[in-house]
Design a protein around this ligand. Structure first.
Ligand code: NI
Length: 142
């Protein structure tokens, strides 16, 4: 599986964007409102043409910033207790449904049934949890 993005839960998307820009990232999506989950989402990508301290950096890393909108109690609570944090790594997989079953058989918990991600071309995503490594997200390849 290939890493698609690293998801960050943040208090304020604009502040987070400003700091990621200092690290060489550029905004790569519009600000998306996920109605169902009551969250705002913004994607950033490493700009391969950026140089930091004369060092040419390779591109490819994608960051997903998430901040809760009104009515998203779960994330608001988590932010209050933990502050802004990276909270999941998303893996892209060809065999989406098979991978879910395979990981369940390996002890990963299915947090909830797969759902459509409006922020990622309406592709199916699912969150799974392991006590040892925490939360992962799987993303179908279309
Ligand atoms: Ni994600």
């Amino acid at each position: 599986m290939k890493i698609h993005h690293v998801g960050y839960l943040v208090n304020n998307i604009d502040d987070a964007v400003a700091d990621f820009q200092k690290l060489g990232y550029v905004v790569s999506s519009s600000l998306i409102f996920d109605e169902k989950r009551k969250i705002f989402i913004q994607f950033l990508e490493f700009n391969p043409t950026n140089t930091i301290k004369n060092e040419i950096v390779s591109g490819g890393t994608r960051i997903e910033l998430i901040t809760p909108a009104q009515g998203c109690e779960l994330f608001s609570k988590r932010l209050r207790s933990l502050g802004s944090i990276p909270y999941h790594i998303c893996y892209e997989c060809q065999d989406f449904k098979e991978k879910i079953l395979e990981l369940q058989a390996e002890g990963f918990l299915l947090i909830r049934e797969p759902q459509v991600a409006p922020a990622i071309e309406n592709r199916q995503v699912v969150f799974m949890y392991s006590n040892s490594i925490g939360l992962i997200e799987l993303l179908e390849v279309k």
